[in-house]
Ligand binder design. Structure first.
Ligand SMILES: C[S@@+](CC[C@H](N)C(=O)[O-])C[C@H]1O[C@@H](n2cnc3c(N)ncnc32)[C@H](O)[C@@H]1O
Length: 287
């Protein structure tokens, strides 16, 4: 019997909300600016005494950050051949990623292997496991079934001097406050439990793994969320609460409570605009 391929929640309307969020926030730009400073030194360490480099992206989405990291790895370690494997649960986002690779000249020399599946299925089903020098999970660990088992699995498939890089909402940052306060209303089948950096750090301590943690500032304008006639505001709220439609998914009281929390506990005002204080944690786990 053929094995069923499960997809992530990122298809159709969720992809549209995610892309809308990316267009209306500087999240990718903020992460990229940090990585451009942080990764060259890591890549030099990872590549010492190696004759080739294997990269694994988990939950890479449309690959916007992957192509930048791979280009940076190419320029930092120009003499080494690179391979890239991608595990991604959304066929729609993976198609975008493939299109992006096709139009990026310098990536034509890198062979890509696409694993269209959830991380859990890769962990449980793939028997012939490859090892990697650099594995990254950017803004995706919220969706795995078991953080400790996931980290243990990916750490086990790191090569010597390899690094597992996780980027996730920082503990006590605005996203963490929102999701922990309204966990009963926001958590669902896809995100049954909300994780932030403190859960990843707790897992790393349980596993006794060596890691370092860095802060990536990430604020974005949510002023429109407070105008209930604003389509921009409604779409941002849908993404922030992982709901298909903010106004249909919650009672008027819950919507009012969420907006109140966003305004008073999760944001700051600057020049008449309201900015969500969503800081990120970059956690780099050593092999
Ligand atoms: C918030 S997006 C982040 C995408 C990309 N890393 C970025 O930062 O632009 C989360 C991604 O994780 C993928 N995803 C969600 N659950 C997954 C799972 N269990 N295994 C693999 N990918 C998953 C989604 O399809 C989506 O592409």
């Amino acid at each position: 019997m053929a094995t069923e391929i499960k997809q992530s929640m990122y298809e159709g309307i969720e992809v549209q909300h995610f892309q809308f969020f990316l267009q209306n926030s500087d999240e990718h730009e903020g992460i990229l600016q940090f990585l451009l400073k942080y990764l060259p030194e890591q890549f030099k360490r990872i590549s010492a005494d190696k004759s080739s480099l294997g990269v694994l992206g988990v939950g890479s989405g449309g690959g916007e950050l992957d192509v930048k990291m791979l280009s940076l790895l190419q320029s930092t370690c120009s003499s080494l051949p690179i391979t890239a494997d991608i595990i991604e649960g959304s066929t729609e986002l993976l198609a975008n990623f493939k299109a992006l690779v096709a139009m990026t000249d310098n990536l034509q020399k890198i062979p890509f292997t696409w694993h269209v599946m959830l991380s859990e299925d890769y962990r449980k089903q793939v028997k012939d496991l490859k090892k990697y020098d650099f594995i990254h999970m950017i803004q995706m660990i919220y969706y795995v079934d078991d953080v400790t088992e996931t980290i243990k699995f990916y750490h086990n498939i790191l090569k010597k001097n390899g690094r597992l890089m996780i980027i996730i909402e920082k503990a006590s940052a605005a996203g963490d406050i929102l999701w922990r306060t309204f966990s009963k209303e926001l958590c669902n089948e896809t995100i049954p439990v909300y994780y932030s950096s403190q859960d990843v750090v707790a897992s790393l301590k349980t596993l006794g793994l060596k890691y370092e943690e860095h802060f990536i500032p990430n604020t974005y304008d949510i002023t429109e969320c407070f105008d209930h006639n604003s389509k921009t505001g409604q779409r941002l709220l849908a993404f922030m609460t992982a709901s298909n439609d903010f106004s249909q998914s919650f009672t008027p009281q819950i919507r009012a409570d969420i907006l109140n929390l966003l305004r008073n506990k999760c944001s700051a005002e600057k020049e008449g605009r309201i900015y969500f204080n969503s800081g990120l944690s970059l956690i780099c786990v050593h092999a």
